[in-house]
Design a protein around this ligand. Structure first.
Ligand code: G6D
Length: 352
């Protein structure tokens, strides 16, 4: 296993480095110290062809101009916060309304768009990177100085783990995730409509105006949001369910795990024989089927179009700070925010 690095660009006057983690089993992960962005994940298909299974750009300025959060960490708070405001201990906080009138994905200067201190990690069983960022009190309107450490680790079982840890000096809110768009066909040969998703979710959050959760938890049984027995993503892209239509003909919804603790999400693509198994300690996963990628730009040489990738954003409930019945995302000074999500890749030649 090894780590290599190369200059990828410059952000203001800071060098942007692309680090590549390589294991002994044919997998590599490339990422930037800007936004902890995962630019490539190379894994074999059923025939051993090593191909990229995430959407990413080849030029740094595309990450600046076309913010679709490809591969990036999202924070302080992933998802939308209604009216870009919240109240904590009686005090009202006004966040950046970067998706007016709401706040989205940590704001204009969210965790996806800052330079993180980076430090390579090499152990007997893994190679990785430790990223660190201090978000100062008042950044994007959030209270408290928040020190966040994110660790990417790649082992020889073709598993990338992402560990998030954060400490604050003042009560604040935190909800971190990674926003990679997966496409198991390899080098974007096909879109994700034939990908099959399986997870044990019993409910999903209903979305309302501007995709803000209404607060209603909807039973997923016998709807396009029921993934218990595996479901083709195209069923949500072509469904007449009002929630699929609202999301722009697809999914953009928090899926709620039926059981507490660790849960697993399995994404497969039959033609390539690739499988991605995501294991997380978070209470939900936002399923986003890239319903707004239609555009003139290209993604690594492929014309951008809807449904070219699928995001599995493991996290707390969006807008939780404004929905008292949602699990809390408040972090107190005496507490540590800690979460781990693992992404393990298989192909039917090297199955479980
Ligand atoms: C759209 O509504 C979706 C979000 O869920 C997604 O994270 C973003 O595009 C990239 O705003």
């Amino acid at each position: 296993m090894k780590i290599t690095d190369k200059l990828f660009g410059h952000y203001i006057d800071e060098p942007v480095m692309e680090y590549t983690l390589v294991n002994d089993s044919g997998m590599s992960v490339s990422c930037l110290n800007y936004g902890c962005i995962i630019t490539k994940i190379l894994v074999p298909d059923r025939s051993g062809n090593i191909e990229n299974v995430v959407l990413g750009f080849e030029q740094f300025f595309d990450y600046l101009d076309l913010s679709t959060y490809f591969g990036s960490v999202v924070g302080r708070v992933a998802g939308r916060i209604s009216h870009a405001e919240f109240v904590l201990d009686g005090e009202s906080y006004q966040l950046t309304a970067n998706e007016y009138p709401n706040h989205l994905h940590g704001g204009k200067k969210g965790f996806h768009s800052v330079i993180w201190k980076s430090e390579p990690i090499e152990t007997e069983n893994a190679v990785g990177l430790k990223f660190f960022y201090r978000s100062i009190d008042g950044e994007e309107g959030y209270p408290g100085n928040l020190d966040t450490t994110i660790i990417y680790r790649l082992n020889n079982q073709n598993e990338l783990s992402i560990t998030y840890e954060a400490h604050t000096d003042q009560k604040t809110i935190v909800n971190l995730t990674n926003h990679s768009y997966f496409n198991l066909s390899g080098n974007i040969k096909r879109d994700c409509s034939e990908h099959v998703l399986q997870l044990e979710n019993d409910r999903f959050l209903e979305l309302g105006l501007n995709l803000i959760p209404t607060g209603r938890l909807i039973d997923a049984a016998n709807t396009p949001f029921d993934f218990k027995h595996g479901r083709l993503l195209k069923s949500g892209m072509k469904s007449s369910h009002p929630q699929n239509a609202l999301a722009g003909n697809g999914y953009d919804h928090p899926l709620l795990f039926a059981k507490k603790g660790e849960n697993t999400v399995v994404l497969t693509e039959k033609e390539s024989g690739r499988t991605l198994q995501v294991t997380t300690d978070q209470p939900c996963v936002v399923l986003y089927t890239a319903n707004q990628l239609e555009g003139l730009y290209s993604i690594s040489g492929v014309r951008a179009r809807n449904h070219l990738g699928v995001c599995l954003e493991t996290q707390g409930f969006p807008d939780a700070i404004n929905q008292p019945h949602f699990p809390s995302i408040v972090l107190n000074p005496e507490e540590v925010y800690h979460s781990t999500t693992k992404y393990r890749f298989f192909s039917n030649t090297i199955g479980v």
